[in-house]
Design a binder for this molecule. Structure first.
Ligand code: 9MR
Length: 377
């Protein structure tokens, strides 16, 4: 079939399925929306035979609005593979709020529109984080001003996308690198001015602005062996309990899963964390999976196999305890990845942390994710 008419067909089917796809992406529906048009979503059983238990875990990726416009093969790969996208930067404070009092929604609107037009659910990232903050927020002088700014931001952004962004990383990376306890937060203007209250203020405001949104606390470095990671797991559990005890709205924990090929996964530690999360009645999402490969051997086939192996160990440990509501990678193709910003290879070869290579071809990591998506409900 000619490429243009094929894409037209897919689009009309997608228009039909927008609502079903969003529901499926939230894990609140038994529909097999989009299976059959998405290569990541090939059903195990034939059309008409899928049941709730056959439903694949939705797969998605962080996406870049500029590349969706400038790079059509990338755009097509996102459409073909993702049931869900998350803007990699477009909803961060520095993108939305270059100056105080100003909100710039052009890029975030573009990505939300892209999702709607293509039947792809959009997750929101992120509302309360230490990173990607515009310089003017350093001037926030006291508690009252911090609360006003945080509440106003969340109210404006979340209510703008009510019904369009069904799941938000409200709080991102709250814990200090090596926390002594659950009150050891990573330094930020929010922690400095509001202390522990910044989390409850942010979560409560997000719930008010969109009562149907799923609210997520997103954290990283909780899956490895070693005392720092054990301290992070302990602090995270204590933090989740204290939010629960205070009646703060929260629905899920996002495990970022920026894995390192040379850091061992602590299967027991991770599974104990997941069991606690489950006992608290919270869902789990894998939100930013990729494998940082800068210390791995240069030979591509060997490297790709090791990357897939680490991701497999992680997903196995997770899926043995919970069924994640979604699995997202932090980018779809090695063409667009944050990894070389911090983890450049000494041999000058490009990093290969993602499911598709820079030419948009599937790698072993793709197949591993595809395998774990089939975990029965
Ligand atoms: O991948 C993102 C990169 O392009 C941005 O420059 C950076 C700062 O906004 O954030 C990166 O994404 C981070 C995410 O927001 C939170 N977890 C870690 C991600 C990788 O650094």
């Amino acid at each position: 079939m000619h490429r243009a008419s094929m894409s037209k067909l897919i689009h009309s089917r997608r228009d039909f399925l927008v609502h079903a796809a969003k529901a499926a992406a939230l894990g609140i529906s038994g529909t097999a929306a989009l299976s059959g048009v998405s290569s990541f979503a090939t059903p195990l059983t034939g059309a008409g035979q899928t049941s709730a238990s056959d439903e694949l875990i939705p797969y998605g990726a962080a996406a870049r609005s500029d590349a969706l416009v400038s790079d059509l093969p990338y755009r097509d790969a996102i459409i073909a593979n993702c049931r869900m996208i998350v803007p990699e930067s477009e909803l961060k404070w520095d993108a939305l709020r270059p100056t105080r009092g100003e909100f710039r929604f052009e890029k975030s609107d573009a990505i939300v529109d892209f999702g709607r037009q293509n039947g792809i659910a959009v997750r929101g990232h992120t509302l309360a984080w230490y990173g990607a903050m515009p310089g003017w927020t350093d001037e926030i002088a006291d508690r009252a001003e911090a609360e006003r700014e945080l509440v106003d931001h969340i109210e404006t952004v979340v209510s703008r996308y009510r019904g369009q962004i069904p799941s938000w990383d409200v709080v991102n990376e709250p814990l200090a690198e090596w926390p002594d306890d659950e009150f050891a937060f990573r330094p930020s203007i929010w922690a400095r001015r509001l202390g522990a209250d910044y989390l409850s203020i942010a979560l409560r405001e997000a719930a008010l602005a969109d009562p149907d949104a799923r609210l997520v606390l997103n954290e990283y470095d909780v899956e490895f062996k070693g005392p720092r990671f054990a301290a992070r797991r302990k602090a995270l559990i204590a933090l989740l309990r204290s939010l629960r005890d205070r009646g703060v709205p929260l629905h899920a924990v996002g495990l970022q899963a920026h894995l390192f090929a040379d850091r061992a996964i602590d299967r027991d530690g991770l599974q104990a964390l997941l069991a606690e999360i489950k006992a608290l009645g919270l869902d789990v999402l894998v939100t930013e999976l990729d494998v940082i490969d800068y210390t791995l051997p240069g030979r591509v086939s060997e490297r790709d196999a090791m990357v897939a192996g680490v991701a497999g160990q992680f997903l196995q440990a997770v899926c043995d305890v919970v069924r994640p509501k979604a699995i997202l990678t932090w980018g779809l193709s090695d063409r667009y990845t944050w990894v070389p910003i911090y983890f450049t290879r000494r041999d000058g070869m490009p990093n290969r942390p993602l499911p598709l290579d820079a030419d948009l071809r599937r790698k072993p990591l793709y197949d591993v994710i595809d395998e774990f998506r089939r975990k029965p409900a």
